[in-house]
Structure formats: structure tokens, C-alpha cells
Design a protein around this ligand. Sequence first.
Ligand code: F3S
Length: 392
Amino acid sequence: MYLSKEEERILNGEEGYVAQKSMEILTSLGDIYGADKLISISSCQIAGVSYKTIGDAGLFFISEFSKSSKVKVKSTLNPMGMDSSGWQRMGIKKEFAKKQHEIIDAYFKMGIDCSCTCTPYLIGNRPNCGEHIAWSESSAVSFANSVLGAKTNREGGPSSLASSILGKTPNYGLHLEKNRKAKVIIDVKVKIKSFSDVGALGNYVGSIIGSKVPYFKNLELDSDKLKSLGASMAASGSVALYHVEGLTPEYAKAIDDDIEKIEIGKEEIEESKCKLSSSDDMELICIGCPHCSIGEVKEALEIFKKEGRKFKGDIWICTSRYVKNELERTGVAQEIEKYAKLLADTCMVVAPIEEMYEKTATNSGKAAVYLPSLCKQKVKFGDLESLIKDFK
Ligand code: F3S
């Protein structure tokens, strides 16, 4: 891979240890994937924040980096393991909270915006179409590539951190126009309406196409459901970019060959919903994977108002600090809190929920995949309205 004189100096350690390690990470990736050079980026989204997922080794790594480095581009963080101000009411232990705060302090020292959300594009880290970025949350990667038309590979936590320190990323994969073409047409023959329909569709498609770029036909979804679709495909497969006919910015130039075509009907959606459910029972209902927008929280409030207040267990609504603040300002958060806990900075997967619950219900295709594997949960998958009806 070609390196400029300045990049070579960094690789030789002339700009210090952290810059050198960051350059080593990026050049290794570039060599593995055949990048020709490093390119400048405008922003980073950094995963690897929850103490549950990175542990003491991760805390040590980030603390070392934070001693002598600052990020060069706008950088935001993925959810951490707890609500930073309301962790006690989640049932989080003191020792966990202490370690979690240390991780956030280290990121903060580097100049990173510690708002902790997987929807950075809803809180100001929203790249323009065509911009090169280095993001490392799979649902955010999918949204940025597909819905915003920005360009990023599916980075890991360390590589996105290295990119934020150097302001660069290796030029390969989805940074190259030729790799952004669709490889398979998904013709949706059934009406996809609810979040559970979207989650089931994404789960089915991701599991059969792996990392290919799909092109959806006959799909009408709003932005909240597109974020849910991308998250679900990224969880069951490793889809990082998709196109939707008539909707997403690159669809018009996404197909140029005679490519494979797959039809999805009612049967596939139902099969997927069954696969995502492993329990009829639930102790907790969680929504907000990816983090809820203001609109989604308001929709949930309407459902709660219709269904009443007495539930068999807890309800968590996960969102960003920014959205929570906005909802507090307008009085919606206070209303929601009569029915559910509105949690910021965290989510059902990266919080240590396995220490508190065994059976969790969700309307998210992504959460339904990760809750059993990362949180030892039995899962009930469905729409919020029907889950709430069964939770009384
Ligand atoms: Fe976000 Fe957590 Fe889901 S990071 S996409 S809410 S697993």
C-alpha cells in the first residue's frame, strides 16, 4: 500500500506510540484487503464501549491510548453498559458502574463525543452522501452506507479508533464504487408493515445472502424502519449496504448486470418470526435496537396509553441521551415513565441484563439474534402492541 512521507514517519514512530499503533492497525488492514492507499475521512463511530463487552483488557487499551492522543475527526461512541445517570434504577452494580465511568472518561480525554448511541446520525454525526467515514457499529454502518449514501466498511472498535486518531482509513471494500453495486435482487411479495415484519425480513435476507449487497423491490419503509431493516440484516448476515428501489440514494445506479433474484413471501416472514422466538413468556420488554428516534418513543407512548399501566414486569425503551433530553423538554419522557423506563446511553444487549432477567421480549430483529447469544436470554419476538397485550 502506498504511504505518503508523513504516513511513513507516523509508522516509524516519529509522531509517538499511539499514532504509530494506529498506523500499524490501518496499514495491516489495508494490506490484508488490498487497499492502494489511505484516504481522508470526515467522521468515526466507535464501538467497544460497554464494560460488559470489552472488560479490563479493553479498559487498559483505551486508557493507554488516551494518555497521549486526541482524535482528528468528529467521533461518537456506541452505547455503554448502563444509563450514565440512571444506572442504579437499572439494577447495575456499583463496581460495574465504576469501571464503565473509567472507560467513558478515557474516551472523553481523547476528544470523543461520549453521547453513546448506535444512532449517531440522529444526533448530529450525520455524514453527507458520498463522504468517506470509518464507522464500527453494524447497524449504523448499514444506515450510513444505504440510507445516507456515505461510504464506510464495517470497522471493528480498534480500527475505527485508529481512524479517528489519524483521520484516515484504508481505501478498499465499500469505499470503492465498484463494490457498491447490488449482487442480488430481493423481490418482496408481501406487505411489510410493522417493526416485527421488518426484523423478520432482515433476518431472513441476512441469513441467506451473508455479506452480499441486496437490492429490494416493492418495499416502502420510513427511516425508522430502514434503520431496523439494516440492523437485522447485519445481525443475521453481515450486510453493510443495501439499496431500496425508489428510496435509497444510490438505487438508480446499483444494478448493471443480470443478477440473482430471490422472492420473499408471507411464508418466509412467518418462518423467520418463529425462528426469532424461543419463549412464550417474558419478564422484560425492550425496544430501541437500534436506539429509538423521537417518533418511535411517541408511538410507544400511544400504545401504552391505549393498553393501560399494569404489566407483569419491566419495560425498557432504549435511546440516545439527546433524544431523552428532547423528550424531557417536551414532557413526553415524564409521560412514558408512567409505563416504562426510558433509558439513555445503553441498550438491552450491551447492558448486563443476564444478571437481572432470563426472558426478554423485543420487536427488534437484531436484538432477537443477540439476546440469546450475548445475554443468555430466552426471547419472545413480536410487535410492541401485541407484546404489551400479553404482558398484563
Ligand atoms: Fe444499538 Fe445495542 Fe441494538 S448498540 S443496534 S441497541 S444491540
